[in-house]
Design a protein around this ligand. Sequence first.
Ligand SMILES: NC(=O)c1ccc[n+]([C@@H]2O[C@H](COP(=O)([O-])OP(=O)(O)OC[C@H]3O[C@@H](n4cnc5c(N)ncnc54)[C@H](OP(=O)(O)O)[C@@H]3O)[C@@H](O)[C@H]2O)c1
Length: 342
Amino acid sequence: MPQSADRNRRVTLTTYPKGEPSPDVLRLETGAVPTPGEGQMLLRTEWLSLDPYMRVRMYETDSYMPSVKLGEVMVGGTISRVEISSHPDYVKGDLVQAYSGWQDYALSDGSDVMIKLPQDARHPSWFLGALGMPGFTAWYALTHLGKPKAGETFAVAAATGAVGQIIGQLAKRQGCGVVGIAGGARKCAYATGELGFDACVDHHAPGFPEQLAAACPKGIDIYMENVGGAVLDAVRPLFNNGARISICGLIAHYSGGGMDGADRLPAMLSETLFKRLKIEGFIIFDHYPAYYSGFVSEMTALIDSDEIKVREDLVGSLEAAPQGLIDLLHGGNFGKVVVKVA
Ligand SMILES: NC(=O)c1ccc[n+]([C@@H]2O[C@H](COP(=O)([O-])OP(=O)(O)OC[C@H]3O[C@@H](n4cnc5c(N)ncnc54)[C@H](OP(=O)(O)O)[C@@H]3O)[C@@H](O)[C@H]2O)c1
């Protein structure tokens, strides 16, 4: 129950950044704790997820989701505790995965709640990562788009990040040869040493395209596109006939980088034609009703039996979240980024 002295810390968007954002595009404010009306709940944020899509939500014009309006609280997935409820499906004390955004308290009518966490959830923040949107993205893309067969070569960039660490481990379990691409020797060593990838290539290293080609002697059959840019330039010539490519994310371009340079689209399209590639974009939110609960059961069992490892990168406070997002956009994170809010 919030005390009368409690204030609601909230981080709002001050401006639509052009190019790479700086921390001052986000401002920390305090306000009153809101009071729930009939059918509503008051949620208190315990954990906040930081994710690349947040940069896209800072665009001035809507993309696949509406932009955050100036002065509004920044969007974000949260693990939140129900403090007060007049909602029939939730009681005080329930822990939910919601979309309360970057703030301590939020009202909810339940429509933004993705899941009520199990009472015995060992590690609630995992429902923002391996058991949440990024893990579900990895599972969906591999199972429904990649359709892996044993012996095929699977490649993923941002290999130790929230999506990459899970999809690579799942592909390995399907008998694929797994090649990661990551920023720096430390991340690559983690991918091969801890996550069990067969190889991992540092995209910052000189000779990266040649090293990637050497790591994929049989070409690439399945590619999870997480970044675009120079990484895609190195991956593209390695596609085998009939390769399956999931266009999951293009983080290298989210702040406009590379969009006004040499146009790579014609090369990509001719590769698609000549090699009969199947390229499919997807947004994971479309697939929650059909698959999410089955995914959670399957992934929980894999984590509990230590068949899937989980790595988080902790940001210690809401105040540190703006810099945490900027670090994430530049590869400064090592694992799924979660903010300890309360
Ligand atoms: N379609 C969907 O529904 C959906 C759902 C979830 C995520 N996504 C997308 O999936 C991608 C990964 O998301 P995530 O949550 O797992 O993030 P993440 O991997 O935890 O963090 C982002 C990583 O991207 C890499 N990166 C950043 N800029 C780069 C650049 N210019 N070139 C190469 N790599 C760069 C960095 O890793 P390194 O240092 O290792 O390069 C950074 O750590 C993002 O593009 C995201 O938008 C899409």
